[in-house]
Design a protein around this ligand. Structure first.
Ligand code: ATP
Length: 136
């Protein structure tokens, strides 16, 4: 089966993932994208989500917060603000972040930065999804 190299790096951790894969299902600011080997050149911005990586007949998930993705026919390069494999996700921390963001959004207070709270909620949700933990 044809493959394409997926590399994911963050400013804090450097390389988080580097492997030949069969398909990547990811979410950009323009919607969901399925990237197969020999994909056309593309540069786009990602939103926080649980990426789905298909390789060797299986599927794994990887959390990415916002970032940029460059695709060429042979390689997908993602530079994310943060990225975590399931084993690296602290579930209690993600649940606490989720609760904090929900409480902020429920306050309907003009002091609340809604965009910031919604982004924090989206990151926490995506982390819990990668971990397979039901959203509270
Ligand atoms: P928190 O409010 O808990 O810091 P956050 O969504 O604001 O969550 P980020 O800004 O996305 O956190 O990430 C900051 C750093 O902390 C990154 O290095 C990221 O990988 C790490 N990180 C954040 N949440 C978790 C988590 N639940 N498990 C493991 N690492 C995490």
């Amino acid at each position: 089966m044809a493959t394409i190299l997926l590399e994911v790096a963050t400013p804090d951790k450097g390389e988080v993932y580097a492997k030949e894969i069969n398909m990547l299902i990811t979410r950009s600011i323009c919607g969901e994208l399925g990237i197969l080997p020999k994909h056309a050149n593309l540069l786009t911005e990602l939103v926080p989500h649980a990426m789905r990586i298909k390789e060797g007949g299986g599927e794994t998930k990887l959390f990415v917060s916002g970032g940029f993705m460059e695709v060429t026919p042979e390689k997908i390069t993602i530079l994310a603000d943060a990225a975590e494999a399931p084993d690296d996700i602290d579930v209690e921390r993600a649940k606490a972040a989720y609760k904090r963001a929900e409480e902020r959004l429920a306050k309907k207070d003009s002091e609340i930065d809604i965009d910031r709270a919604e982004a924090a909620l989206a990151r926490a949700k995506a982390r819990l999804l990668v971990k397979g933990v039901p959203i509270p």
